[in-house]
Every structure is written in structure tokens, then in C-alpha cells.
Design a protein around this ligand. Structure first.
Ligand code: C2E
Ligand code: MG
Ligand code: MG
Length: 752
């Protein structure tokens, strides 16, 4: 029979009945009896009591404290109040888990109906509810039991009936599987209510802390039981699994043994085939092991021994040298010059070909017993075993450099290269491979610094220099914290009229022990360590502040331009533009008065990003200048794309200009180029009057050099400005505004 069609009318019948019951109870509610205590109990029941539940171990049912309170209200205030409260409580607590109106209404109606039935039964059986306590303990106890059982029977019956309709099962089936056990919860709820009723509510309130403790302990006890039984179950499962696995392994072993026995019997001939197969596999294994060993100790690109193998070989020669006094060896450390340029301009595949070709050339140059290794990148090392004379080693270094002057032909490109070589001899006395590698590396760096394509032999003073450098680096960190820097200013002169046009700010380090240190000695270290970033910003701020002050002091100074150097490291800072903008704002310096100098190599190294950075700087309103122009590898086709105002011709070209106008060609070319592109030119390093006059004749607009002034401190610069110095090339003794001859130049001012 299809019961499901009854579900809908049944539900609504219950809801209608519930509504009727609630209305009639509301009507006949003895409102006068309801006091503050009732209000508090009702509020507590609706607001939270159903959230507090007490579990009973091994039974899924829970006693909700609200049941107890509904019973209590019934005993204290009669059926009507209990019905209304039960409906309200069910309504609110159902809302907590369901937003479906029918579910909420149905639950409220069910509670109203069952409570109404219970109250009616009590009244029928005992004549009264609120007066039950006066009828003796036994009657009261029976009444409480009737209350619990009636509520239980009706409530669960209504719900079970609905369930039977929905699931199309019999009423008994629905009821017995779901609600048989829950009679306990009703009995307990009623018992507690009866108890409270007897002892009085105030006693309950007094006992609340104790109840809370008991509740908490009980709750804890339950969760302990749960974990313990979960653990026990887990242990049991694991034991069973282990047992199963053991049995399975045993079964497989037996199977294999059986199989073997069968095979041995039937196919004795196949055994040989098996053996041959095994032999082949072990050969292949051996081969691949050798392959792995080779890969671990050789460079994949060139096939040369790598650093690991070189280290092993160094260990061996070090050992041998300690045993045989006259045994000598040497280590050459090679680094290709400008390999990065090849990679960047011709691409990595050509760069790789270059390294391979280099490896083959080196192998050709050494004896069988020597080891050529690649250490990584463009670094190679050669271990020369058992050398008889130092001279042989130097000869080899020279032969390498000679051989490298021959061009490499790489996929149709003719590529020239050179290498810087550092040499360390066993006579220095080594105990660890790292030490000799380090010293040869140090010597190689010295060779690079000497100008490329050189070789250098490591000596102890080199080691001392390395230590010195480390100390410098250490001191420099403190110098930044303590602001041990000074800014010196060197005049930039308008060659035409001989007037001061501006100055370049040049940093100096006032070292507490070593005195004034030149930037050529510490700027490269500051670059490498990144300390140039805070130092550079400090210089910029200091110089901007100084110029703003000078401009404020005299209207004549307003047209002066300040040049400040930017290092490559600073140039790569993403917040450079923001930093400069802030310094200009804070020092109130007009951006037009500031010129930033960036060396040619920094700009050319990464032309595309440089252009974007230069544009951003330009947008601040500052001017831009390329420093040391002519020393880098400027691609002239690029140059016009840079938003540059000024080229500073490097000192090396100016110093070559002779008395008779020789060697002026390059300078002339740069001037023509710059003028065609609308850039101004400053000649650096003017030391002689004839250089001054030649540059002037070539229409070079500005000049800077010891002839005019060495870099001087702010005070001396101020005196120079005040003197209104005008420099003229005709007379090597220079004149002031007043025409009075002045001895040489400003040498008497404090110089750097
Ligand atoms: P630079 O920017 O090319 O500065 C010009 C250098 O040439 C200065 O050296 C200056 O004293 C020197 N010089 C000027 N006229 C003559 C001359 O007639 N003959 C000779 N022989 N030298 C002359 P200084 O002050 O030692 O600075 C060297 C370099 O250090 C600067 O070269 C610049 O690259 C760097 N530097 C200096 N100050 C700073 C700074 O604040 N920040 C950055 N990033 N670098 C700086
Ligand atoms: Mg400069
Ligand atoms: Mg320069």
C-alpha cells in the first residue's frame, strides 16, 4: 500500500491541531499566576536549555535540559503554560537547524500536542497538576512517571507516524527502530524535574555550581570513554591487518617456493638462458654505474673533469707533496675576459660552442699527466703535476694567452677571446684543496684588475690584500651607520667665458684611523656589497641641501648645476625615482639644478631597461649625463635613443691631447656626434692649459679638471664661488675677476 500520499495531509493535520491547542492554551492561560520566576525559567528554556545536552554512553539519545524544564513548568504552573513553552521551545530550537517553515511548524505542533495530551491525562488521572505535591510522595512519583511516559508515547508516536508515511514502512517499524530507547530520556527528564520540584528551585540555583562541575566531569568522562574505545578499536584493527599481511606473505612465499620447485623440475634447460639474461643485466648495471660516476665527476658541456674531480686530484698531489720534498705542482685559474658579452651579443648556443672550443684548446696545450677542469661558467683550472721549473708554468700561461689570440670560428662567427690567469704554486704550502683554489682565484682577480689577458702569481702579500679588503668592507658597514662621509665639490667651468657653471659632488670617506679615503678605493667595495645605495642617497641629499643653501645665499648661484654620480647598483633600484623625488622635495631644490651622472657601461649593459629608467628620471625634471664616455662599448645607434643631455668625455682622451694638437681626433669625433644629437659635452681631466685652449677651439662647452680645481670641501667651494674666479687658457697663470694674476690655480685651497 502506498502510504506516502498520506504524509502531506498528516503533517498539516498535526500542524492544525497544534495551532488549535496553542490557541486554546493561550486563551485559558492563568496569566495572573505567572511571575518573574516563570519568566526566567521560560526564557532560559527557550534561549538555551536545548543546547545543553547530556549524553548517555552507548545510546545515541541525548537528554536535553529543556525537556526537564518543560516538565518542571508543568508541575509548577500547570498544563497551559507547559504547552505554550513546549511549542515555543520547539519552534526556536528547530529554527537552529532548519529554515523550512513546515518542519519548524510541525515540530512546534508535535510538542504542543504531546504536552497537551500529557497535561490532560494528568488532570484526568489526578484531578490537578499544580497540586500534586500535596498528595504524598508515592502519588507524586506515579504522576511523574505517567507524565514522562505519556509525553514519550504521544511525542514519539506522532513523529513515528510521519516517518512511516514518508518511508512507506509500518508504524511499528518506524517507532521501534527509532524511539524505543528514548523512553529513558523522558523518564530521566521527568525524574529530574520531579526532584527539582520537590527540593525547590532555590536549592537548585544554589546547587548550580556543583551541577556544572558534575556536568563537566561527566562530559569529560564520556569523551575519555570515546577515545579509549576508539584506541582499542584502532589497535584491534591494526592487529587484524598485521595478521592478514603476515598470512598473505606466508601464502606468497609458499607459492613462490612451489613455483620454483615446479620450474626446476620441468625446465632445467631454461636455467642457462636465465643466467645469461642475469649476466647481461648486471653488465648494463655496471655500465650505467660507470655512466653515473662519469657524470658526477665531469662537466656535461665540455666533458672536462669538474670541480669535484679536480678537488680529488688536488687532495692526491697535496698528499704527495707532504711525502716528497722535491715534488712540486701548480694550479692555474683561468677566467675568460668579457665572456658575458659573447653570450649577450651572439646568444647562449654560441657561448656554449666557445666554451667547448676553449676546452679543446686547453687540452691540447697541456701534458698527459695534467688536468684541465671546468669549474663552472667561464672558469677553468689546470692542475700541473710534477713540475720541474717555475718557468715552465709561466711559459704555459703565456702559450695559453697566445693561443687564445687566434680567433674561434663558431657557426660562421669569428670570435676573439682572452683569459686572465691566476697561478698558485705548491711552494706556498697547502693542506687543503680549497686553499690553493682560493689563492689561484685571488691571483686571477689581480690579473683581471691589471687589465685583461694577463697572468699573476699568487704571493702572500696578495693574501694580505684580501684580508685588507675584508677589513675595508667591515669598516664600511660601520661608516654607513656613523655617516663618516664627506662631500667634496669639483668645479665645472664654462670654457668659453671661463666662468663657474656648476660642480660635481664627489664622495670622500673620513676613516677614523686611515684618514680621508678616495672613492676609487671604496666605491667598488660599496658597489659589490650594495652599501653604495645608502651612501649614494646620503651624498645626493647632502649635495642638494648644500646647493639649495648656496642658491638661497646669492642670486648669482641660482644658475649653477649640481652633478651627482649614480652607481649601477643604485640605477637598478626599483625605488630610485621615488627616493630622488623625495630628496628634491625635502631639500626644496629645483629639479632643473640637478644633473645625474651614470657611467656609459651601466647604461649600455642593459640598454632597454636603462632607457625606461632614464625616461622616468627625466620626467622628474632632472638632467642626465653619461659619465666616462668613450670607455665603454657604446653602440652609437643606441645613443640617440637615450634621453641624455650631456656626454662627459673620459679623462683618458683628454690627457692624450698633446701640445701640438695630436690625438685630438677622438675628442673631435665625440664632439661632432654629441652636437649632432643635441647633447652638450663636458671634458673631464683637464690638467694643462693647452688642453683647455684646444678644447675651447674645438667648441667643447664645458670642462672639469685639476687645472681649474681639485675637488674641495664645501667651505673651500664657497670661497671659490665668492671669488668670482674666471679661468682663461691664454695665460697659464689664471686671473680673478679683478684681473689680478693668481698663482697656478686653486691648489692652495684644501685639496683632496
Ligand atoms: P668620476 O665621476 O668620473 O669623477 C671624476 C674623477 O676624476 C674624480 O675622482 C676627480 O677627482 C677626478 N679628476 C677630476 N679632474 C681630474 C684631473 O684633472 N686629473 C685627474 N687625474 N683626475 C681628475 P674621485 O673623486 O676620486 O672619484 C672617482 C670616481 O669615484 C668618480 O669618477 C665616480 O665614478 C666615483 N664616485 C665619486 N663619488 C661618488 C659618489 O658619490 N657616488 C658614486 N656612485 N660614485 C662616486
Ligand atoms: Mg662623475
Ligand atoms: Mg668621469
Amino acid at each position: 500500500m502506498d502510504k506516502q500520499k498520506w504524509e502531506f495531509p498528516y503533517k498539516w493535520t498535526i500542524i492544525a491541531l497544534g495551532a488549535l491547542v496553542v490557541l486554546s492554551c493561550g486563551w485559558s492561560l492563568p496569566a495572573a499566576q505567572l511571575d518573574l520566576r516563570f519568566l526566567l525559567l521560560a526564557l532560559f528554556t527557550i534561549a538555551g536549555a536545548s543546547r545543553i545536552t547530556v549524553e548517555i554512553p552507548r545510546i545515541t539519545e541525548q537528554i536535553s535540559v529543556s525537556d526537564t524544564f518543560i516538565f518542571l513548568i508543568m508541575l509548577l504552573y500547570g498544563g497551559e503554560s507547559a504547552v505554550l513553552l513546549a511549542a515555543a521551545e520547539a519552534f526556536v530550537s528547530t529554527l537552529r537547524f532548519s529554515r523550512k517553515p513546515t518542519t519548524v511548524l510541525l515540530n512546534a505542533a508535535t510538542m504542543a500536542c504531546s504536552t497537551f495530551f500529557t497535561a490532560s491525562l494528568l488532570k484526568l488521572g489526578f484531578g490537578t497538576i499544580t497540586g500534586l505535591s500535596g498528595q504524598g510522595y508515592s502519588v507524586f512519583t506515579v504522576a511523574v512517571c505517567v507524565m514522562a511516559l505519556a509525553q514519550y508515547a504521544v511525542n514519539t508516536s506522532i513523529v513515528a507516524m510521519g516517518l512511516a508515511f514518508r518511508k512507506n514502512i509500518s508504524f511499528w517499524q518506524a517507532w521501534s527502530t527509532n524511539y524505543l530507547w528514548s523512553s529513558i530520556t523522558y523518564l530521566m527528564g521527568a525524574a529530574v524535574a520531579g526532584f527539582i520540584f520537590m527540593v525547590g528551585l532555590s536549592a537548585l540555583i544554589l546547587a548550580l555550581p556543583i551541577i556544572a562541575i558534575v556536568y563537566y566531569t561527566y562530559d569529560k568522562y564520556l569523551s575519555d570513554i570515546k577515545t579509549t574505545s576508539a584506541q582499542a578499536e584502532q589497535a584491534e584493527r591494526e592487529r587484524a591487518e598485521a595478521e592478514h599481511a603476515r598470512a598473505e606473505a606466508e601464502r606468497q612465499r609458499a607459492e613462490i617456493e612451489h613455483e620454483r620447485a615446479v620450474q626446476a623440475e620441468r625446465h632445467v634447460g631454461e636455467l642457462n638462458l636465465h643466467l645469461a639474461e642475469q649476466e647481461r643485466i648486471s653488465c648494463a648495471l655496471q655500465e650505467s654505474e660507470e655512466h653515473f660516476r662519469h657524470a658526477a665527476f665531469h662537466d656535461a658541456l665540455t666533458g672536462l673533469p669538474n670541480r669535484a674531480l679536480l678537488t680529488e686530484k688536488l687532495k692526491a698531489v697535496i698528499e704527495r707533496a707532504t711525502q716528497h720534498e722535491d715534488y712540486q705542482y701548480a694550479l692555474l685559474f683561468l677566467d675568460l675576459d668579457r665572456f658575458k658579452n659573447i653570450n649577450d651579443s651572439l646568444g647562449h648556443p654560441i657561448g656554449d660552442q666557445m666554451l667547448i672550443a676553449m676546452a679543446r684548446r686547453l687540452e691540447h696545450l697541456v701534458r698527459e699527466a695534467d688536468t684541465v677542469a671546468r669549474l663552472g661558467g667561464d672558469e677553468f683550472a689546470i692542475l700541473l703535476d710534477d713540475i720541474s721549473q717555475f718557468g715552465d708554468v709561466l711559459n704555459l700561461a703565456e702559450r695559453i694567452q697566445e693561443k687564445l689570440t687566434l680567433p674561434f670560428n663558431l657557426s660562421g662567427h669569428e670570435v676573439f677571446s682572452s683569459a686572465s690567469i691566476g697561478i698558485a704554486f705548491s711552494s706556498t704550502g697547502y693542506y687543503h684543496p680549497e686553499s690553493i683554489l682560493r689563492d689561484a682565484d685571488t691571483a686571477m682577480y689581480r690579473a683581471k684588475a691589471q687589465g685583461k689577458a694577463c697572468h699573476e702569481i699568487f704571493d702572500k702579500t696578495m693574501h694580505a690584500r684580501v684580508v685588507d679588503r675584508l677589513k675595508l668592507e667591515y669598516d664600511l658597514r660601520y661608516a654607513v651607520e656613523r655617516e663618516e662621509f664627506l662631500v667634496y665639490y669639483q668645479p665645472i667651468v664654462s670654457l668659453d667665458g671661463g666662468k663657474l657653471a656648476g660642480f660635481e659632488a664627489l664622495v670622500r670617506w673620513q676613516h677614523p684611523e686611515r684618514g680621508l679615503i678616495s672613492p676609487t678605493d671604496f666605491v667598488p667595495v660599496a658597489e659589490e656589497t650594495g652599501l653604495i645605495v645608502p651612501i649614494g642617497l646620503w651624498v645626493l641629499r647632502e649635495a642638494c641641501q648644500q646647493l639649495a643653501r648656496w642658491q638661497w645665499q646669492s642670486a648669482e648661484n641660482r644658475g649653477l648645476l649640481l652633478s651627482v654620480n649614480l652607481s649601477g647598483r643604485q640605477f637598478a633600484q626599483p625605488n630610485l625615482v621615488g627616493d630622488i623625488e623625495r630628496i628634491l622635495r625635502e631639500t626644496h631644490l629645483d629639479p632643473k639644478s640637478l644633473k645625474l651622472e651614470i657611467t656609459e657601461s651601466v647604461v649600455m649593459e642593459n640598454a632597454e631597461t636603462a632607457i625606461s629608467m632614464l625616461r622616468q628620471l627625466k620626467a622628474l625634471g632632472v638632467r642626465l649625463s653619461i659619465d666616462d664616455f668613450g670607455t665603454g662599448y657604446s653602440s652609437l645607434s643606441y645613443l640617440h635613443r637615450f634621453p641624455i643631455d650631456t656626454l662627459k668625455i673620459d679623462r683618458s682622451f683628454v690627457s692624450r691631447m698633446g701640445e701640438n694638437g695630436e690625438n685630438a681626433e677622438i675628442v673631435r669625433t665625440i664632439l661632432t656626434l654629441a652636437h649632432n644629437m643635441g647633447m652638450e659635452v663636458i671634458a673631464e681631466g683637464i690638467e694643462k692649459p693647452e688642453q683647455f685652449s684646444q678644447l675651447k677651439a674645438l667648441q667643447c662647452k664645458y670642462g672639469q679638471g685639476y687645472l681649474f680645481s681639485r675637488p674641495v670641501n664645501a667651505e673651500a667651494m664657497e670661497a671659490l664661488m665668492a671669488s668670482r674666479q674666471q679661468w682663461q687658457p691664454e695665460v697659464s697663470t689664471l686671473t680673478t675677476d679683478f684681473g689680478r694674476p693668481k698663482r697656478s690655480n686653486i691648489q692652495h685651497l684644501r685639496s683632496a
